[in-house]
Design a protein around this ligand. Structure first.
Ligand code: ADP
Length: 579
């Protein structure tokens, strides 16, 4: 090697070192590609050049960067040979060099070689992670520099480093994209979950799931349906269909090809060129995707998506719809459970309605005749007969209370209880109820007092229901307070409410029992409770009635010392102001 060559060599190596050391500083793909292209031109002294990479999805080579030649020209007729050269290098992995394209039989008859007066061409593959990711191409015209073996070697060395830098940037961009997509998807799923679980109405849930599936994929239309049992076996009821308008749900039999395939393979099915007859929802499509909705490993429904554009549904779309189907399955399960509970509640409510109604009639008759016999109008009674009739009467009262309570609960729970809300002074109701209990309290030598606080005691509620609530609470205070105890009723006007409290010095409620107090049929085990007439329904009715009128109820109790039950009712003044 003579002196000048050595100098050139050194300069080249220095340049190579310099450009190479800059590579990898950035992870931005287009920046890296630009750096690479600049460095190639600098290192080879080429007039023009371009770089192509294999597209991950299509597998085809795509121009990613170019110098002194535009993309259109590269992709046009005139550069057919350059593309072929690059294609060859990229597929075989062999570098290509010609110092005299005009005479090289591989290129000499090519239009671009003649037209552009090409003399020198160089092309090397880009290799990273043991595979070829693309290739770079450079050329020179007749009158400018001619590429030699040393140039090819230099380009090859640089290309190896460039490929790694490009690959890293691509990986980073992909990871970055994937991460961004994942974050976006999680945010979307959060919204989807919220919306899916907001509604417990099955059709609403199905419709939301389908709307999301179409909105977040490139599908044009779709349908969602659940598997149901029919007389002729299982079938898919297409509950929501974006193209069906107001039509009633269509049924697709289980042996329909798409459905049968999903049922057999138990996974998503992707079909191309689907005719109207083949399509599950009667729509011809370029692509159709059918994703099963599974619950506990069993297919319970299907989401289908269609598009008139070929390749419109990507692998990512499929993965997304599959995840959506999993979430929809949970929401569908909840909605179905809710429907079942609703149906069971309705059945219970209907049953109670019938029973209480049917019991009332004979009870009235029994009560009427008992009263008649007791009055002595049907003949003189001896003491024992009177005593027996007394037992019958007390038990009749118990039964009437049960029938009344059951039918109250039923009406409240089914939303059939009417509240005639109006403004009245709660003091009047308190006084009436206290009056009605005077005798009962006196029999147990209990004091029954009322304390009215300062201020306006007018409330906006149903006076009959408030009287029922108060009667219940005072009755409990009377029942569960031993003789000589005190019962105090306080009326306390507050800002927007009037508070009514019933305090007693009775048996109190243990902490354990306090948690269950408002549950239906709950009664404490104490003998002092069990010797009193009751069904454990009063407090649950009271709570529902107070809440239905816009109030709240709570209690405070110490076992063995006494209890206070307090409730609020909206103040009539505030209600008036709001109106
Ligand atoms: P009932 O009085 O018919 O049993 P309630 O629903 O009115 O039904 O009350 C439920 C239970 O709560 C009672 O059985 C009793 O154990 C307890 N309880 C209610 N009020 C009081 C009270 N003032 N003092 C002590 N225990 C009470």
């Amino acid at each position: 090697m003579n002196e000048p060559t050595n100098n050139i060599e050194q300069a080249r190596l220095a340049a190579l070192y310099q450009v190479s050391s800059q590579l990898g500083a950035s992870l931005d793909l287009s920046e890296v590609l630009n750096q690479v292209m600049d460095a190639i031109i600098l290192l080879t002294g080429a007039e023009r050049g371009f770089l192509m990479l294999f597209d991950d999805l299509t597998g085809r080579l795509r121009t990613e960067a170019a110098r002194n030649v535009d993309r259109e020209t590269i992709e046009g007729e005139s550069m057919q040979i350059s593309r072929t050269v690059l294609q060859r290098a990229a597929t075989t992995g062999d570098p290509i060099l010609t110092s005299n394209a005009q005479e090289d039989e591989r290129f000499s008859d090519q239009q671009s070689v003649i037209g552009y007066q090409l003399r020198s061409i160089m092309c090397v593959p880009l290799r990273a992670r043991a595979r070829i990711i693309g290739a770079v191409y450079v050329d020179n015209r007749l009158y400018s520099g001619v590429f030699k073996e040393a140039d090819l070697e230099l380009l090859g060395t640089f290309a190896n480093q460039a490929a790694i830098a490009i690959d890293n940037a691509r990986l980073f961009t992909q990871t970055d994209h994937a991460l961004a997509r994942r974050v976006e998807e999680l945010t979307v799923f959060q919204q989807i979950d919220q919306q899916l679980n907001k509604s417990l109405e099955l059709n609403q849930v199905l419709s939301s799931a389908l709307t999301w599936a179409i909105a977040l994929t490139t599908a044009d239309s779709g349908s969602i349906g659940l598997l149901v049992e029919t007389e002729t076996g299982p079938a898919l009821r297409l509950s929501v269909n974006t193209s069906a308008g107001g039509e009633p749900p269509r049924m697709a039999p289980a042996d329909h090809p798409v459905l049968a395939q999903v049922l057999q393979e138990e996974r998503s099915v992707y079909l191309e060129q689907v005719s109207e007859a083949e399509s599950l929802d009667g729509r011809a499509a370029a692509v159709q995707l059918a994703v099963p909705i599974k619950r506990d490993g069993l297919i319970t429904g299907l989401i289908t998506l269609e598009s008139r554009t070929p390749q419109a549904i990507s692998d990512e779309d499929i993965a997304f719809v599959e995840r959506l189907a999993d979430r929809a399955a949970v929401a569908i399960k909840n909605a179905r459970l809710y429907e079942d509970i609703h149906a069971a509640n309705k059945a219970k409510s209907d049953f109670i309605s019938v029973v209480t109604h049917e019991l009332r009639l004979p009870m009235t008759s029994i009560k009427g005749y008992t009263d008649l016999i007791m009055s002595g109008m049907s003949g003189e009674l001896n003491e024992q007969q009177k005593q027996f009739l007394g037992v019958i009467k007390r038990n009749l009262d118990r039964m009437s209370v049960l029938i009344r309570d059951l039918s109250d609960i039923n009406r409240i729970e089914s939303g059939r209880m009417q509240f005639e809300v109006g403004a009245f002074d709660v003091r009047d109701v308190v006084m009436e109820v206290v009056e009605s209990f005077q005798e009962q309290a006196a029999t147990k030598s209990q004091t029954l007092r009322v304390e009215i606080g300062e201020g306006d005691t007018a409330v906006s509620a149903d006076s009959r229901r408030v009287s029922q609530v108060l009667t219940n609470l005072v009755s409990n205070a009377n029942k569960y307070t031993p003789p000589h105890g005190d019962i105090l009723i306080q009326v306390q006007p507050q800002a927007a409410f009037v508070q009514v409290a019933v305090c007693d010095t009775g048996i109190g409620i243990s902490e354990e029992n306090q948690a269950q107090l408002f549950n239906q049929f709950f009664r404490a085990e104490d003998a002092a409770v069990r010797e009193q007439v009751g069904w454990g329904l009063g407090l649950s009715i009271v709570k529902k009635m107070v809440e239905a009128q816009g109030g709240e109820i709570w209690f405070q109790s110490t076992f063995g010392e006494g209890s206070t039950f307090a409730f609020t009712l909206p103040s009539a003044n505030i209600t008036r102001e709001l109106e």
